[in-house]
Design a protein around this ligand. Structure first.
Ligand code: YZS
Length: 259
């Protein structure tokens, strides 16, 4: 399949991101392949999925394909955006999804990883939450993914600085499950997947769904939601949003004006 490798080993489904030229950026094409693979696993006797990149990669994923983001005056992370579809597919997938991380993870790919059920990473891997580097108004359910993964204080630091955090700190603050040396990563992840696959799939499935529903049960009034959407709109209509996207494409630092 385009940009990914898919295989099944007993009850374990393994998806490997495999588009090194584009640093596994989450393009529409890559996301479509990923969702298709997940849907196929859901129809087979797969009880746990591992999402990984090729061994030894420098960049696990560069995040949203910036070339596919609108250049202004349109919500860059609307309901049908590929990243949004992918996050929902992972969250509602009937089996646990384990993210196995080597390399750096950027922007929307951090959300993708945090949307997975279990995260295992090598110490050298890093995670950078980048909307503030590009001037992007991140969307509401995306912010919820971050809030479910770490304390508010940590989420604020990551979002406001856009600085990469390494796996050791990410584990310490509870964002990821395990830090494992790179020569043990695959065996450790497969062993955990095998443990999960030996357990009762129906029980796991319903617990995953309960946790998804309960974690998302944050009351927001219609007025509060509309207010946030209105504030986001001001951002994607702004000079700074267009400047952030332009600067990325021109390979230069953006000059933000705050308007
Ligand atoms: O020069 P060519 O044509 O070979 O292209 C370059 C990069 O422009 C391209 N590329 C990307 N294209 C689309 N979307 C991306 N996210 C993206 N990232 C990179 O890939 C080719 C190789 O990139 P280089 O920069 O030359 O590679 P390298 O020097 O090894 O540096 C790797 C990193 C990952 C450090 C560097 O490419 C980088 O900083 N990329 C951007 C990472 C990033 O900020 N991603 C967040 C994207 N935004 C989102 O996910 C959300 C919407 S948000 O902005 O809200 O967080």
């Amino acid at each position: 399949m385009d940009s990914i490798e898919v295989r099944q080993d007993g009850h374990i489904g393994i998806i490997t991101l495999d588009n090194p030229k584009k640093l596994n950026a989450l393009s529409h094409a890559l996301v479509t392949s990923l969702i298709h693979a997940l849907n196929q696993f859901a129809e087979r006797d797969v009880r746990v999925v591992i999402l990984r990149a090729q061994p030894g990669v420098k960049v696990w994923s560069a995040g949203h394909d910036v070339g596919e983001l609108p250049e202004g005056r349109r919500d860059p992370l609307g309901w049908d955006d590929p990243l949004r579809n992918l996050v929902r597919s992972i969250e509602s997938h009937p089996t646990p999804v384990i993210a196995m991380i080597e390399g750096t993870v950027w922007g929307g790919a951090v959300e993708l990883v945090l949307a997975c059920d279990i995260i295992i990473a090598v110490p050298e891997s890093t995670f950078a939450v980048t909307p503030a580097r590009l001037g992007v108004p991140y969307n509401v359910s995306g912010m919820m993914t971050f809030m479910s993964a770490a304390s508010l204080r940590i989420v604020k630091e990551l979002a406001f600085t856009a600085a990469p955090v390494d796996a050791v700190r990410a584990e310490r603050v509870g964002m990821i499950n395990h830090v494992v040396a790179s020569d043990e990563l695959e065996a450790f992840t497969l062993a955990m997947a095998a443990t999960i696959a030996d357990n009762a799939p129906m029980s796991i499935r319903v617990m995953k769904e309960q946790l998804r529903v309960l974690a998302g049960a944050k009351p927001v009034s219609p007025r509060g939601f509309e207010k946030v959407q209105g504030l986001r709109r001001v951002v994607y209509d702004s000079y700074d949003y267009a400047e952030g996207i332009r600067a990325f494409k021109e390979k230069r630092r953006p000059a933000f004006l705050g308007r």
